[in-house]
Design a protein around this ligand. Sequence first.
Ligand code: ASP
Length: 437
Amino acid sequence: MSAHGAGHVASVRAPVSVRAILLAVALAVLAGWLGGPDAQLIGLRLHDVYAFVGELFLNALKMLIVPLVMAAVISGVGSMGDGPALGRIGGRTLLYYLGTSLLAIFTGLLFVNLIQPGAMAELPTLAHGAAESAAVAAATEGRGLGDLAGIFKSLFPPNIIAAGAQGQMLGLITFSLLFGVFMTRIEKGPGDVLRAFWQGVFEVMMRITDLVLRFAPIGVFALVAKVVSESGLDAFRPLAGFMLTVLLALAFHLLVTLPLILRFIAGVNPVRHYRAMLPALLTAFSTSSSSATVPVTMECIEKGAGVSNRTASFVLPLGATVNMDGTALYEGVVVLFIAQLYGVDLSLMQQLTVLLLALMTSVGVAGIPAASLVAITLILTSLGLPLEAMGLILAVDRVLDMSRTAVNVFSDSVGAVVIARSEGEPNVLGEPARVPS
Ligand code: ASP
């Protein structure tokens, strides 16, 4: 790394106190674990207090999503115009999403084949029947994506206001992309007004994000303490092997594959990137929602990593729904785990089907908690595997959801750095500009 690069990094500031958030997570685990589900303080059930405060924080983040994503995409595309830049960045972004998702699924399949967690867990712990099926139905209800055709349909929502209201990001993004492109093709007078308007909306939304982020330590504390106090640590024992497999595979992707891409493709120092993105990683972890994390991811990537607004506003909102490495990896592991549990040997062809379905469905999965359960039921059904086993997964899904969401968000941020570097942007993570490739 050049001395020049090192000098720049001093100017990169973390948008929120990472230490405060880390401390909040540690305290939350302690408080949730010691207190358990029924702890009370002056007559109030602590769990309910955590739930209330956590929801306030989550709602504050969600409140920002629709205007922030629309303004980011419209002004980002508007500043690129509809010329070669948009096509180039668009093509590279999709290539990155596809490449890293495939690597993630391979990693998951490799770990689950090596560790064989399905052989460790016992089938008798599975209570088959109506209760499980009902639990699965309840967990997956309203999470969109009925089938693969549903993914394509959600690209073009019949009503853009309804899409926004229901948090259907793909439709919102298609509309915003089109709006941004055609905004550059109309007459200069009204075109300039629109550009200034959306740029203004974007800047205001980022300021509000700043404000919400000041409360991140409290919000993160509440969300994590709630999960820990609810589930305790006992629920995890029967599925320890499965959880370990997922966590190891996610860790490999987060700590080996993606940093290698940062180092050798983007040519930046991965440690700096982790440092810049830590608030976003912790927000993703505590909220289990890539979409709710978008405001924080934007903030960290622009202020912390130094990626331009033009690149960030194209790569991140799209990535939050389309690029889900952690989710894709998880889907593959769950399906193979369930097959192992039932002693079903999946052939190479069937594993390839899992890979393809995991890839496609991870694109359509919404960036909200537990969204991948829908995709998993879809893959299980298409392979003819029993859905009841999902009941077992539900017990431990929350913690794994937190972890895979952090990986989803981190991969989006790596994508933004890769694209920014390939566009020759200066001062990304303190590095001097490269000649655009
Ligand atoms: N919670 C994940 C996300 O928002 C999606 C999932 O895998 O359930 O990124």
